[in-house]
Ligand binder design. Structure first.
Ligand SMILES: Cc1cc2nc3c(=O)[nH]c(=O)nc-3n(C[C@H](O)[C@H](O)[C@H](O)COP(=O)(O)OP(=O)(O)OC[C@H]3O[C@@H](n4cnc5c(N)ncnc54)[C@H](O)[C@@H]3O)c2cc1C
Length: 103
């Protein structure tokens, strides 16, 4: 299989196909992460209120990155955490805390 583009989408598709035993070739016009991926902030976060439209997806994404970090020991993920403030009553992760907004 030939994947065109070595951004995060192409890399992810190639990785998952290769794990299924497919022979994969990635074709890139410049270099890996030459497009939007290389300029991304690289943020992932599940810190949205429960019931938010993207809450489920965000939770899955964080879990996926944790799994990926275990599968690929050389993959460096900076689990920096974040400080959130506002009126959100709760977040998905019980370890998350929401500070009141500044006065
Ligand atoms: C400033 C900025 C900050 C961002 N911050 C975040 C963030 O914090 N968190 C987050 O989740 N998302 C963030 N995003 C969004 C995220 O970066 C993009 O959604 C994601 O990188 C898109 O990946 P992609 O693989 O679809 O595209 P790209 O990364 O653009 O990859 C496409 C690749 O295809 C190659 N290509 C194109 N045409 C051809 C061709 N004809 N032949 C061969 N190769 C070709 C390009 O050179 C490129 O390498 C941010 C985006 C920007 C711009």
């Amino acid at each position: 299989m030939v994947i065109v583009g070595a951004g995060i989408v192409g890399a992810s598709v190639a990785y998952h196909l290769a794990r299924q035993g497919q022979h994969v070739v990635v074709v890139e016009q410049a270099h890996p992460a030459a497009g939007a991926t290389g300029s991304s902030f690289g943020w992932i976060s599940e810190g949205v209120p429960e019931g938010a439209p993207d809450a489920f997806l965000r939770r899955e994404i964080v879990a996926d990155w944790m799994r990926l970090a275990q599968e690929i020991p050389d993959l460096w993920v900076n689990w920096s955490g974040a400080l959130s403030y506002g009126q959100a009553p709760a977040t998905q992760n019980p370890d998350n805390r929401v500070c009141p907004p500044p006065r």
